[in-house]
Design a binder for this molecule. Structure first.
Ligand SMILES: CCC/C=C/C(=O)SCCNC(=O)CCNC(=O)[C@H](O)C(C)(C)COP(=O)([O-])OP(=O)([O-])OC[C@H]1O[C@@H](n2cnc3c(N)ncnc32)[C@H](O)[C@@H]1OP(=O)([O-])[O-]
Ligand SMILES: Cc1cc2nc3c(=O)[nH]c(=O)nc-3n(C[C@H](O)[C@H](O)[C@H](O)COP(=O)(O)OP(=O)(O)OC[C@H]3O[C@@H](n4cnc5c(N)ncnc54)[C@H](O)[C@@H]3O)c2cc1C
Length: 642
């Protein structure tokens, strides 16, 4: 199963080998539980481990393999981030995709050797979503052949970029490029921020940390201001766009090609989210098979809480989602790598499809991951609320994904643009022009679903039901939009008035893609036992998801009330079938105890003894009487006694 999850037997084996090596290297372990550390201590601890990793990485992993690097980071540095998180996630990808060969030769080897640390500075205090209204300017000075970066007002301060505040000395900075008083819109520039020897900010740069956040507190998200700060013309990233010495602008082959670093993260973050969901579920499911509370049969001893149907219903559909996200994420990364290769050689024809797909997936996956993790926390009762479970930290980090790389509602609306264009093709009888991801919009569906009549259809009837629902909602939302415009509404006003319906269509389309990716993967599996276990999970997935969106299929009679009962019964049937496999389905992800950082989720199940040990190690328990008591509470009580 691990081979299915991680992509191959070799990958699964390598993960195990890496975890085993790390287990033997105490210098790479947390020196004490992270929840007992202050933010400053965590940042120190993370930097300490990061520098050891830089020295010893070659002994543990193949540093050129991103999957091995990702696993190493998760184990050693953990999910709360590290001082170089953005360096690998965005700085290097931005240089790789947007810098010319010459620029790459100059900067990439230094970045890869970790001679310099970089980040991606785009978002500002006043604008994150609406990139067209960013306010930082890069004005070309023809006389010196330099760009002058400037922050005209407080809202133009860069705000949020990870590791910008304290760790990075370089950044890819996005600024509006102005040449001879003409604004060419946002473009990426390579900018040195700090002196390479002293790490002091360079003159003209104001920089710092934005303070503590809901989670991710090891990352020094930062602010950055420029006071007429000069950089050479050749620091504009020039793979696709060029500015010649005389100020001539050569435009890129696609207007949004400079957004590729964002698409990179959107494509890669899906499996990252799946891992966080599976981690939280691993903790909750293991604990649920240790925790005993109450009896189902009064004549029997107390049961493991995992025996309760409500507990299974809370956890198992999310197990199915974690697998579904991992499989859909793997497909998306493959597509991204293909489009990137094409893009580098000038073929931009697939960019719109990739942008639409990743916009929808990023939104649905992060939202459902957050939901699943929070349910996992609640499923652990009181101990779930303790930081000893570590689930709240996983939640805080995962939920950040709903906001970064494009706020979810905004990104769903990006997919909706693509869906509405596709709907227009269907309406004008040009369905043959539809791309493969939306071809179903042009296919006439049956009058009613056959899911209960052809139950062994290999999920075809389920896929058809999801397609029907998604198609109907897309065409309905598009009709609403076109209808308003026909009545004379301006395009933008009409769009806003339909946006809730449009986002519903985007979600349904994305959920269909996720179901299809799951079906595709299960169909590929040769090993009978693995296929059987995943088929059960897929049964639960399609029935649970369908129940969740049933209103869309009930309103036009595609599903009947009796079919809904059938779907519900299937959910209950598969909860029971999955129960014996539940812990294994999560143990198959092979997270080590070091990586999970959870007392509740320990592999050996020795929860209570270790919870007590953990609590005793709290700094508050170093003394029996705290100074808050001697200084304030004791005098107060004494005064009251007089
Ligand atoms: C570890 C955590 C690290 C986190 C890091 C960060 O958060 S970093 C910061 C992350 N920050 C964010 O994520 C910010 C989120 N905001 C954005 O990404 C953009 O502002 C936007 C995409 C929402 C709109 O952009 P806009 O106002 O420029 O565009 P528009 O709406 O006017 O649409 C015009 C056309 O362009 C198309 N198109 C757009 N993008 C792409 C693409 N990548 N490819 C291809 N096409 C694309 C679009 O489909 C439309 O096509 P149509 O329908 O006309 O044929
Ligand atoms: C943990 C974290 C890490 C980050 N890392 C980085 C980084 O490394 N580099 C970087 O540059 N940035 C980074 N960011 C910033 C991030 O990319 C932005 O916060 C994000 O893109 C959302 O933009 P915003 O903050 O402007 O939200 P806003 O756009 O202000 O969103 C507020 C509300 O307005 C709604 N809204 C906005 N526009 C529209 C619209 N057109 N239609 C409908 N509704 C709309 C949104 O849906 C939301 O409900 C990070 C953010 C976080 C939380």
């Amino acid at each position: 199963m691990a081979a299915q999850i991680w992509g191959s037997e070799k990958r699964a084996r390598r993960r195990r080998e890496i975890s085993a090596k790390i287990a033997q290297m105490p210098e790479l372990h947390d020196s004490k539980p992270l929840p007992f550390m202050t933010r400053e201590e965590k940042i120190m601890e993370s930097a300490r481990k990061l520098t050891i990793l830089t020295e010893k990485m070659g002994q543990i992993i193949d540093p050129t393999d991103p999957a091995e690097l990702y696993h190493l980071n998760n184990e050693v540095l953990g999910l709360e981030g590290n001082p170089m998180a953005l360096h690998g996630v965005m700085f290097i990808p931005a240089l790789s995709a947007q810098a010319s060969d010459e620029q790459q030769a100059k900067w990439l080897p230094r970045a890869l050797r970790r001679e310099i640390i970089g980040t991606y500075a785009q978002t500002e205090l006043g604008h994150g979503t609406n990139l067209q209204n960013l306010e930082t300017t890069a004005t070309y000075d023809l006389a010196t052949q330099e760009f002058v970066l400037h922050t005209p007002q407080i809202t133009a301060l860069k705000w949020w970029p990870g590791n910008l505040g304290k760790s990075s000395n370089y950044a890819v900075v996005v600024a509006h490029m102005i040449i001879k008083a003409k604004n060419y819109g946002p473009h990426p520039f390579m900018v040195q921020l700090r002196d390479e020897k002293t790490h002091e900010p360079l003159p003209g740069i104001t920089i710092g940390d934005i303070g503590p956040k809901m989670a991710y507190n090891i990352v020094d998200n930062g602010f950055l201001g420029f006071n007429k700060y000069r950089i050479p013309r050749t620091n504009l990233l020039m793979r696709h766009t060029k500015v010649e010495a005389d100020g001539t602008y050569i435009k890129p082959p696609h207007a949004k090609i400079n957004y590729s670093a964002m698409v990179h993260v959107r494509a890669y973050m899906l499996t990252g989210q799946a891992i966080m969901l599976a981690s939280a579920l691993n903790i909750a499911t293991r604990y649920s098979s240790v925790r005993r509370q109450g009896q189902i049969d009064k004549s029997q001893p107390e049961v493991k809480v995992l025996e309760y149907q409500t507990q299974q219903h809370r956890l198992f559909p999310s197990i199915a989602r974690a697998y579904a996200f991992q499989f859909a994420g793997a497909e998306t990364v493959k597509l991204y790598e293909h489009v990137l290769k094409e893009m580098k050689s000038g073929n931009v024809s697939l960019m719109a499809d990739l942008h639409a797909l990743t916009s929808g997936l990023k939104s649905v996956v992060t939202y459902q991951t957050g939901e699943g993790i929070e349910q996992a926390r609640m499923a652990c009762g009181g101990h779930g609320y303790s930081m000893a479970s570590y689930i709240s930290e996983i939640y805080g980090v995962a939920i950040g994904g709903c906001t970064y790389e494009g706020e979810n509602m905004v990104m769903l609306l990006q997919l909706a643009r693509y869906l509405v264009k596709s709907a227009a093709l269907v309406k004008s009888g040009q369905s043959s022009k539809l791309g493969p991801l939306v071809a179903y919009l042009g296919v006439k569906s049956e009058p009613t679903s056959l899911i209960d009549r052809i139950p062994n259809s290999g999920f075809t009837e389920y896929v058809k039901t999801f397609q029907h629902v998604s198609k109907r909602q897309t065409l309905k939302a598009a009709d609403m939009f076109f209808g308003l415009m026909e009545k004379g509404e301006k395009r933008e006003i009409a769009w806003n008035k339909c946006s809730v319906e449009l986002n519903r269509a985007s979600r349904l389309h994305t959920r269909l893609f996720i179901v299809e990716a799951f079906v595709r993967r299960v169909n590929e599996i040769a090993d009978i036992r693995i296929k059987e276990a995943l088929t059960d999970l897929l049964h639960l997935h399609v029935n649970y998801e369908l129940l969740d969106i049933a209103s869309y299929a009930l309103e036009d009679g595609f599903l009947s009330a009796s079919q809904l009962d059938y779907i519900r019964d299937q959910v209950y049937l598969y909860l029971g079938k999955i129960r014996p496999n539940a812990v294994s389905l999560l143990d198959s992800w092979e997270f080590s105890d070091i990586e999970l950082r959870s007392v509740l989720g320990r592999r050996d199940g020795n929860v209570y003894e270790n919870l007590f040990k953990w609590a005793k190690s709290s700094p508050l328990n170093k003394t029996d009487v705290l100074s808050s008591v001697t200084q304030y509470l004791k005098p107060m009580m004494e005064k009251a006694r007089l």
